[in-house]
Structures are given as C-alpha cells and as structure tokens.
Design a protein around this ligand. Structure first.
Ligand code: G6P
Length: 621
C-alpha cells in the first residue's frame, strides 16, 4: 500500500527519493509524488497518476525540481480515486509545507469542515490533505523557540487532533534543515543515518542500499531529522532513546538477480528459505528447540493451553491452515481457524487458556493486528509467526517465531508461504514434545524429513519448463478449480489464490469432498480441474473425486507422486513430486502450482510482480 520516503543530505534528493520509491513499488500503489525545498528555499512538488515512470517522465520533461531535502510518496487510493490531484505530497494554502501520509485519518470529514469554515482551500478529495491545513493552522498560532521547535509544537498539536492509524512525513519551507515524521498505529517508519545523510522510509528495503543500520520508529513517536542525525520523542516531546538495528538482509536480496520477475526468483529461493527457517532450531537428537526464542511464553503455559486459534489473511491464512492440521494431528488440541477480518467482528470465544497464533509475513496487516489486540484483550496468549523484525505484530504478540524468508517483493507470496508452513511444522513438533502427545521417534523423524525438503524442492524447480508447457494449454481458461483434501485443502486454496492474483483467471480452491455440493455444476470441457492426489489417507478419495470431474469432461491436471501409474492413466497432465510424509506434503505440492500460476500469468503478459488492485501489505481494514 502507500509508501513514504524522506531524504536530507548533500546530494540532490530527487533521484534518491525516486530510487527508494521504486523499491516500494512492490507494495502496490496507483500514483506518486515528490516535494523538495530547493536552493532558493522554495517548496516545489510534482505528482503523477499511475506508475512511478509517469512521475519520472514528468520530472524529466518539464517539471524538473531539485533540492537537498525532500519527501516522496506512492499512494494506494482509499479516499478519492487515483489522480494527480489526489496523489501526495499535499500542501497547505500558503504552499509552505508538504505532507505525505500512509493510513487513514478517520475524523478527516469533521476536520475538513472546520478548516473549510476557517477559509482553507482544499485541492484534493483525500483525508490526508487535512493534515497540511491543520498544521498550517497550528503553525499560524505562533509559539516560542526556534522555527524547528515551533513546527514541532504545531505538529504535536496536529497529531493530538488526528484519529486513526497512520505514518506521516512533513517538510516546511521555513525550515529547510529538518524533516518531521510521526507514527501512530500499524504504518511502519524506519530511518538510517550514514555520513551526513539521513534516509527515512516506510519499509526497510526502500533504503537498504543506502544504509543497513535502521532505527525503527514505534507507535506514538515523532522523529525530527537533520543531515546530522535525528531526535526521537514521544508525542509529548519526551526523549526516546533507541539504537538503530543492523538489518541482516543483503541489499542484493531485493534485486531480481537475473530472473525475469521477482516472483520467479522468490519461487527459486524456497529451498534456501526453508534451510534458513530451520537453521539452529533442531538439535543433534532431532528435537526442535524454540524455548529461547519463545521465552516470554513459558513452557508451563504452553503445556496448559486448552485451545489454539489461528488467524491471518490471504496466503498467511492458508499457511496457518496447514498448521491447524499439523497441530491437531501431533498435539491433539482443539484448533480453529478464523480469518483476521472476521475475527474482529465474529465474537470469537477466547479465554485465558487459549493460544492465538497470528500469521503475517509483513507483521503489518491491519486486520491481523486488530485480531491480536482482541485476542489479547480477552486474555489469550499470542504467538506471532512473522517475517519482519520490529513490525507491529512483533510488538503486540507475546512472542514471535521469525520465518527468516528475507524480503519478498512479488505481491503474490511464495517463499514466505513455505517459510510460514515450515515455522508451523517447527512449532507443532516443539509443542508435541513439550506436551508428550506424540512418540519422540515420530517427531524426530518428521524433523529429519523436514530438513530434506529443500533438496526435494530443488528437483521440482527443474520442472519449471515442463510446467510452462501445461500452462500454455490452460492460459485461455476462464475458470480453474483446485481440489485437495485434508492437509492439502490449504494447498488447493493457495494454488487457486496464486492463479487468480496474478493471471486474473477465476480460480477456486475447494475441499474435494464438497465438489458435489456445488462446484461440479460449473464443470465442462472448458474448466480445468487441478487435483492434489499425493500419497496419504485421502489419495483414493480424491482420485474418485477427480474421476467424477473427468466424467464431466473437465481437463484433469494432478499433483501426484512419481510412479503413480493409476493417476497417469486418467490425468491429462501430471505434476510429479517426490513422496514424503503426508504432513509435509503441502510444502512440495504447492511448488508446481506456484510455477503454474507464474507461467500462465507470464504467458498472458500480465504484471506478475505487481498485479492490478493488489497490495503487498494491507495496512487498512
Ligand atoms: C496481501 C498480500 C498477500 C498476503 C496478505 C497477508 O493480500 O498481497 O500476499 O498473503 O496480504 O499479508 P501478511 O503480510 O499479513 O502475511
């Protein structure tokens, strides 16, 4: 969703801001803009609807601006359609200050009416513009101290009036030496300081090529930045002392590295990501050791939990569902799934004996964070499964198990899905050992087999070209059905989600047993059915379901284990995968489905990494 960038230093800020905004493109956006204070102390800006390339062209072809201090923004429309006027930065009436904003100002209508009455003129339909005018109004009230102190005080007064979750950045022509930032709620903000330059952004990868030491701004904090560093305070002006964190991600990991798309690169990174997620978490005996990482959730507490509820959105939810089957099977504890967007309004029954597991790659998804707050409010213990250090989820959860997936740039999640499933395998094995709910040998065997998955995925990735050939036969389909049972229901859901996200072909994931209660009505020779029929307790059942589809002339594509001649005898195409423990099969079975979705979208010339209307991180409800 929206992205914020700020720069101050000795270089022209515009190319740096554009470069950093380009690294935020993956989050999804529909317009962009930049504002600088130039050498004459003038505040100048430029904005453009559409891709960042439109802004770059505009800056090159007539609206050239430069300045050693500036802010930039990519906007994902909430209030007001995507347009030049609604793009950020927004300026006040005097055009002395420019504001960029992520999130939603919930009371903007009241504030706007009041400001209109006071004579302010608005030029956009956004909620964000009220911030610029409110700040102008509060600055006009005067005050004591230096110009910087007066702007700070006016910003504090402004923040006190804003309701909602947001991050924002301000530059003011009256003070060309400082940038002002504030954060309230889920929208992140990080800042890095290197050799007389400061870079600020709403996401780590945006400024990783400039600095790996990044300060994480927390909720309810204000950051005043100069070329020599920063001052971090709470909203009341009390100093906050926090060191910058060194980000271990390699800046190159957010580059395409020779692949046509980030998504393809990230699919190919999956063996490495599983190895990373497992590293140091299985001891020499083959036991999973998480006690140090989860130390704020005591072993006694984990032994006593009476129920687990798993929540998340999108792909994270699907990964959580694999976890549900693992926990039920290995820990024999009641486990329920609830979409985070439903959790908040669905009257979930939670008490002190409950453990809520919140799955989120970004740790920023607004619905997931709210679900966690509700669960905690009801007395539950919360475990976050998350990829992002310092993200809001890590701060509200009682403990976090990190997935170590590295930066994922493609909007369609792939490597973070397998890393989340891997984390769920680890947690299930850990909990089962603590509670003694499965034989130790069985748990060790699963742990050992998990560590063999990366090599198996390497083999599957070699099949990318043959999967592309199948994709050619499916690329014109209007609808595709994905079917799985038991632990591969989430694989079917995730396979369908990948296809619809990036190819815009309608796709549904379904528990195969439910086919006869509806979806079978859709079938004819134009609707391919993808079934997951690898070895395990439901293989025969799903084969029967696939035969029912074949009888309706649907083309049949099956994920099956090498050597399954029965499947080969009736399927139109088979994606072969190695045989593994059924509980681990979702990790292998999703690989061909990710590649299928990728190749169909690529063959159709779709914007694979930034599909229309979607955002990598959904920070609004
Ligand atoms: C968006 C992304 C998905 C992601 C979902 C949840 O919809 O496009 O790829 O699965 O949000 O995101 P999270 O960061 O909470 O895992």
């Amino acid at each position: 969703m929206c992205g914020i960038v700020g720069y101050i230093g000795q270089r022209d800020s515009v190319p740096i801001i554009l470069d950093a905004l380009a690294r935020l493109e993956y989050r999804g956006y529909d317009s962009s803009g930049v504002a600088v204070i130039d050498a004459n102390g003038e505040l100048l800006g430029s904005k453009a609807e559409g891709k960042l390339a439109n802004l770059t062209a505009r800056l090159r072809d007539g609206e050239h601006i430069s300045g050693k201090i500036g802010i930039g923004h990519t906007r994902w429309a909430t209030h007001g359609r995507p347009s030049d006027a609604n793009a950020h930065p927004h300026m006040d009436c005097s055009r002395r200050m420019a504001v960029v904003h992520n999130g939603i100002i919930e009371n903007y209508a009241v504030l706007r009416d009041r400001l209109l009455e006071q004579g302010h003129t608005f030029t956009s339909e956004t909620d964000s513009e009220v911030i610029a005018h409110l700040l102008e109004s509060n600055c006009a009230a005067g005050g004591d101290g230096t110009v910087t102190e007066r702007i700070e005080a006016a910003l504090r007064a402004t923040l006190r009036e804003l309701v909602g979750a947001y991050a924002l950045g301000v530059i003011c022509a009256d003070d060309p030496e400082h940038l002002f930032f504030a954060r309230n709620g889920a929208s992140p903000l990080v800042a890095g300081h290197e050799n007389g330059e400061v870079f600020v952004a709403s996401d780590t990868p945006a400024i990783l090529q400039y600095t790996r030491k990044q300060l994480i701004v927390h909720e309810g904090e204000m950051l005043v930045v100069s070329a020599n560093g920063w001052k971090l305070t709470d909203y009341d002006g009390n100093p906050v002392h926090r060191q910058a964190t060194t980000i271990s991600w390699d800046p190159g990991s957010a580059e395409k590295g020779g692949f046509k798309h980030f998504m393809l690169k990230e699919i190919f990174e999956q063996p490495t990501v599983i190895n990373e997620t497992l590293a140091g978490r299985i001891d020499e005996q083959g036991d999973v050791r998480l006690e140090a990482e989860l130390d704020s959730i005591s072993e006694d507490l984990l032994r006593s939990i009476s129920k687990i509820s798993i929540t998340g959105c999108g792909t994270a939810f699907n990964a959580g569902m694999v976890g549900m089957y693992l926990l039920r099977s290995l820990v024999r504890v009641p486990v329920e799934m609830e979409l985070a967007s439903e959790f908040r309004y669905g009257d979930p029954v939670i008490d002190h004996g409950a453990l809520t597991i919140a799955m989120s790659q970004s740790g920023e998804t607004a619905d997931t964070i709210e679900a966690v707050r509700i669960a905690k409010g009801a007395g539950a213990t919360v475990l976050g499964i998350c990829n992002r250090l310092g993200s809001p989820l890590t701060r509200v959860a009682d403990a976090t198990l990190f997935t170590r997936g590295g930066p994922e740039i493609g909007v369609a999640a792939t490597k973070t899905y397998v890393s989340q499933v891997t984390a769920m395998i680890l947690f299930s094995l850990y909990l089962a050992r603590l509670r003694g709910t499965a034989p130790l040998e069985r748990l060790r065997e699963i742990a050992k087999n998990t560590s063999l998955l990366p090599a198996a995925i390497d083999v599957l990735l070699n099949e990318s070209d043959s999967i592309r050939a199948v994709a050619k036969s499916m690329r014109k389909a209007h609808s595709v059905l994905f079917m799985g049972r038991y632990v591969n229901v989430p694989t079917a859901l995730e396979g369908a989600l990948k296809l619809k996200e990036i190819s815009y072909i309608h796709a549904e994931g379904y528990p195969a047993g439910e086919m006869k209660h509806g979806p079978i009505a859709l079938l004819d020779s134009s609707v391919p059915v993808v079934g997951i029929a690898t070895d395990g307790r439901v293989r025969e059942k799903i084969i029967s379901n696939l035969m029912e589809c074949k009888a309706r002339e649907a083309p049949i594509i099956v994920v099956a284990n090498y050597g399954d001649t029965e499947v080969a005898s009736f399927a139109d195409h088979v994606f072969w995968v190695p045989k593994v423990d059924e509980m681990l099969s979702p990790i292998l079975n999703i690989i061909p489905l990710q590649l299928l979705a990728y190749h169909i979208a690529d063959l159709e010339g779709k914007d694979v990494d930034q599909p229309r209307n979607l955002a990598k991180t959904v920070t609004v409800e």
